[in-house]
Design a protein around this ligand. Structure first.
Ligand code: EPZ
Length: 420
């Protein structure tokens, strides 16, 4: 088990470069199997979920090769349409392979990716989207058998703008003759990035980033060289590290245009933020002010993946604020541990009411999910004394050497490996 030991009280200051985005790299990796040619990806975050996705591609017969942050994928030797059960259960994003495998082989067998701490994570929207394209979906015993022999372009209406379902349907439709239209599509920047990559492979897509996306099927896709967009959630988390410690953090290679909702909330808390090109700089106030309310929403609303971090900031802000988590049903797993550090958070269903306190006290806390673990680490940066965040391997799913990045900004964070 991995733990982070944090000695709080340091004001964070400095400049960091933002790396490639986990939630862009994962669907782009899945899309790499849409061609038999080779794909070269650059600035790929070397994090657990990406490593696991690459392992799944290897188990499907693809050749993958890491060289630093460059990842090469060759789908030529791909020979299986059956997702490996164990690995599929480890990462939710394995379900993103359903569309590409169907496009390639016209059949696919996957197991339910399983839920996680933040919610049940159903895949009904993925399956209904594929059925609208003529895929015959049979579920038995936790295994999903898909027959795509009669797949065709068509109209898909998503009941909810699901990011993964939108990505799956786009990828499934890339080589279907005719035009596929997706209504109520998700508008996240990572979808726009996936569509940029698919276009680089020879795909024809219109409306990415809007609620209606059209895919004009092509005969085949070719290889491409591509650099996924920078990670807006990692960038937002690092800005929060500066904000919670009264510091000054500058980020380069930041996806500034995709961070307006995050920066608006940080400005509402009293932070001064300036943007120039792909550089963003945050100067925190001596003490943050509580915002009255924050509601998570699909893009371009406030991103759910930044909710936990903002709850940590609100815990030490002046005043009382409310956070409503509209996207996932159980995404306040970090509130209990924040309260153990002295926060005053009352949760009821999807709502958290927070009365800011002057200071937090270090404690032994446990990461229960990726962003909750990051939030507890942020709280440790400002808590008096030592905070130990256990199960930090969950943080490693989405942050590459999180403690190293924080130390470069002046934090006192060390990693401890303990045999569980
Ligand atoms: C993606 O997950 C991200 N993961 C998540 O990031 C992110 O929180 C989420 O989008 C929302 O922005 C990746 O891109 C790898 P959804 P995804 O389908 O696609 C419900 C992180 O911390 N739903 O948009 O799984 C679902 O239960 C992770 O980096 C259905 O009901 O999210 C949830 O309540 C966490 N049926 C809501 O929709 C479905 O078939 C949003 O889910 C699919 C989803």
């Amino acid at each position: 088990m991995e733990s982070l030991l944090i000695h709080g009280g340091k004001r964070l200051e400095g400049t960091l470069r933002v790396d490639g985005a986990k939630n862009a790299a994962l669907p782009i990796l899945a899309a790499s199997v849409l061609t038999e040619n080779t794909v070269h990806l650059y600035d790929v975050p070397d994090i657990l979920d990406v490593r696991r996705m690459a392992d799944i591609l290897s188990m499907l017969g693809c050749r993958t090769h890491w060289h630093g942050h460059e990842l090469t994928v060759s789908g030529h030797s791909m020979c299986s349409s059956e997702m490996p059960d164990a690995l599929s259960k480890q990462i939710r994003s394995s379900i993103f392979l359903l569309g590409p495998i169907l496009s390639r082989f016209r059949r696919a067998t996957v197991t339910y990716p399983g839920g996680c701490e933040i919610g049940l994570r159903p895949i009904d929207l993925h399956l209904s989207g594929l059925r609208a394209l003529g895929v015959d979906v049979r579920e038995e015993g936790g295994v999903i058998h898909c027959d795509g022999v009669n797949m065709h372009a068509g109209e898909v209406h998503l009941d909810y703008p699901s990011v993964g379902a939108t990505e799956n349907v786009i990828m499934a439709a890339m080589c279907l003759a005719g035009t596929t239209t997706i209504h109520n599509a998700a508008r996240e920047p990572e979808i726009v990035d996936l569509c940029r990559f698919l276009t680089a492979m020879g795909g024809r897509i219109h409306g990415a980033g809007s609620a209606t996306i059209q895919v004009d099927g092509v005969k085949r896709l070719h290889g491409a060289d591509y650099t996924p967009m920078p990670d807006r959630i990692v960038a937002g988390t690092l800005l929060c590290a500066g904000a919670i410690t009264g510091g000054c953090v500058e980020l380069t290679n930041a996806p500034v245009d995709d961070m307006h909702a995050i920066c608006a909330k940080l400005r509402e808390m009293g932070c001064a933020i300036c943007e120039a090109g792909d550089t963003i700089c945050l100067q925190a106030p001596q003490r943050l002010n509580a915002f009255p309310i924050l509601q998570t929403q699909p893009h371009p609303g406030f991103p759910t993946d930044m909710q936990a971090q903002m709850l940590a900031l609100l815990s030490v802000a002046e005043g009382t604020g409310v956070i409503v988590e509209n996207v996932f049903e159980n995404r306040f797993t970090h509130a209990g541990d924040l309260n153990r550090m002295g926060a005053r958070i009352i949760c009821s269903g999807r709502t958290a009411i927070v009365r800011g306190v002057e200071s937090l006290t270090g404690a032994h806390v446990t990461a229960r999910d990726l962003r909750g673990g990051a939030a507890l680490t942020l709280a440790g940066l400002v808590a008096q004394g030592e905070t130990v965040v256990e199960h930090a391997e969950l943080i490693d799913r989405g942050y590459e050497h999180f403690e190293r990045q924080l130390c470069l900004l002046g934090a006192d964070v060390t990693r401890k490996h303990t045999t569980a």
